[in-house]
Design a protein around this ligand. Sequence first.
Ligand code: COA
Length: 259
Amino acid sequence: MPYHYLLIDIEAQTALVTINRPDKLNALNSEVIQELGKCLGELEGNNKIRCIILTGSGEKAFVAGADIAEFAEFSVEEGKTLAAQGQEKLFNLVEKLSTPVIAAINGFALGGGLELAMSCHMRVASANARMGLPEVSLGVIPGYGGTQRLPRLIGKGRAFELIATANMIDAQKAANYGLVNDVVELASLIETCKTIASKIARNSPTAIGFAIEAINAGFDDKTGFNAEVELFGKAFGTNDFKEGTTAFLEKRKPEFTGS
Ligand code: COA
């Protein structure tokens, strides 16, 4: 079925799903989240599809984060619900999908964008890609599993540095950290992912589904994810959050007071 914000291109046994909101750098609003969850669920149910590649439209961004304009006015409760439902409807769903999902990071993967890429089963980046979790520069924390999946992928110290400085790293550093499996030129990003997908497609889909389940079982503890939802919501009640999001939308630097 046609989607408003997604392009789907099926070739052989691989589905290429492109998030198509380039004027907002493919930022994740609630419709994109809903459509992606639905689309990936449908592709999982299609036994002709053996691998999914997820990317962003344009040459600038994979996904530049959750849609800041959409949640800037949210209350503590609404913030908690945003994180909890997003995690359930999309991020955990991607991680648990029995069909492998490769993130083809073709530019900025920030905040919710990097969290989405980290929910995928593996990541390949183009040389121009830049990654980070800039949430604390907005007065909030990552809320779609970033405080949990980033330390699992790159270790606690590096994850802390990235989260607390809000810095972006380039694709090569991301590869050195183990955040992405490989870096290639933008022009060959999708072909590289398709080659990996075709190798995956030769193998037993049932066994791959079991492998995903077994890998995930080793990271089963939800304590951190639940804490993230609570603390993400709590941040919405602070003056720093109001200042951070307002400053972003007014295109100025925030002045945080720690209140
Ligand atoms: N949410 C909502 N809108 C976003 C967005 C987001 N996360 N990221 C980018 N956009 C919008 C911008 O507001 C702008 O819209 P406009 O043209 O209507 O003003 C458009 O996308 C283009 O972005 P712009 O900031 O003009 O591009 P840039 O090249 O100057 O900067 C970034 C690129 C990625 C550095 C910058 O867009 C950015 O910092 N985005 C937010 C990243 C972030 O903090 N994400 C975490 C959210 S929790």
